[in-house]
Design a protein. Sequence first.
Length: 432
Amino acid sequence: MAKSIKYRAPRGTHDRLPDEMSLWYHLEGVVREQMRLYNYSEIATPTFEGTELFSRSIGEETEIVEKQMYTFFDKAGRSLTLRPEGTPPVVRSYIEHSLGRRQPLQKFFYIGPMYRQEAPQAGRLRQFHQFGAEAIGAIDPAMDVEMISLLLSICRRLGLKAIALHLGSVGCPRCRPLHREKLLAFLGGSYSLLCPDCQKRYHRNPLRILDCKRERCRELTEDAPSVIDFLCEDCALHFEGVKHHLQQLEIAYTLDRRLVRGLDYYTRTAFEVISANLGAQNAIGGGGRYDELIKELGGDPTPAVGFAAGMERILLAMEKEGCQIAQPPTIGVYVAPVGDRARAFALSLLKDLRQAGISCDGDYLKRSLKAQMRMADRMGASYTVILGEEEMDRNRVLVRGMRESKQEEVGLDRLVGYLIEKLGVRRQGQTV
Ligand code: HAM
């Protein structure tokens, strides 16, 4: 009887098993390739930061800060938080290292795990992975459109078709007071029907009520006034610019009058890419402009725009759409020894092959030749080197081309060179 399992991965986390890795490599490969094409440089920040960085950036009244952060105290009593998202750490790093002095416009990307204590469900995890991009330094609406175009290019290269771009504007501190007034007037009559959290938000940050997940609050805000109708002249002009450039690049979008992102730092442009196949958790990526955040965190006032996408959700959407993905990795050579002398020789041969840049594997379980051939097949080896007693006595081995099912006797002295030639390893360092 199987033993009961004593330890399981924490709720809302997921082991990425070797079988899934080729999917992840493929996804990361496409992300890196597109980031390169758009000239974004990779940045990596710690997985935890001082708590205040997030509460200040994301906003005290947001679901993330109110309910979802993994916050702990270290032994020195400092409050730290596992990053729920990547934007505040990138901005912190940008300010800390004065990166803006090197170039007036900096374009970054990142890939990594994020942490939010949400109720787990399909497409919603507590440790999930994002790739994201941030362009810090440009106010031009063309920058917003490059960002959107980058996210959509990645989706397209992955084969995703059933996706839609939702676009909105959340204005700026100049246009918000009037909208706030209208929103408060609209919600005033139903104040007592709002959930306790939204009643608090009503006084402190009413825009957040539009982002409440509770059914009742959603119904009450269905026809709430949109910020889009109260944009100041500059924000309206900027929004027109974004729409104009989207049209120029023939990027279709749905104007979303009540697109509210779950983070407080946004100004002007906000967008989400939605998959038609993911049910409730249908946003595969989202982002927008955050022109006030750098100043808010102590830097010089600098405009910025960015996005992040959920990698688990993208993989789910790819599965639903039946997107073709790269084959799992295979090896160049399988070395199959028969007998103790051959096994000792195999160890050196594997080392020599690896030094020549050929990926290879061998037998460490003293399996029969038949079982080893099955193994070679399963590993997708292009060639199997059979080290038989009788051939070894003559300093020769059998090399079997697994695709052609043909074998040839080769002298030990020229074996590595023979395999290099067969596999087309052109220069050292190139792995087959
Ligand atoms: P966000 O909308 O909070 O934006 O997250 C971006 C994406 O991360 C979501 O669209 C979703 O695909 C994925 N995601 C979020 N939470 C979870 C979860 N619990 N489980 C699985 N996937 C999840 C941001 O994070 C901003 N930093 C985007 C940004 C960058 N804005 C400007 N620059």
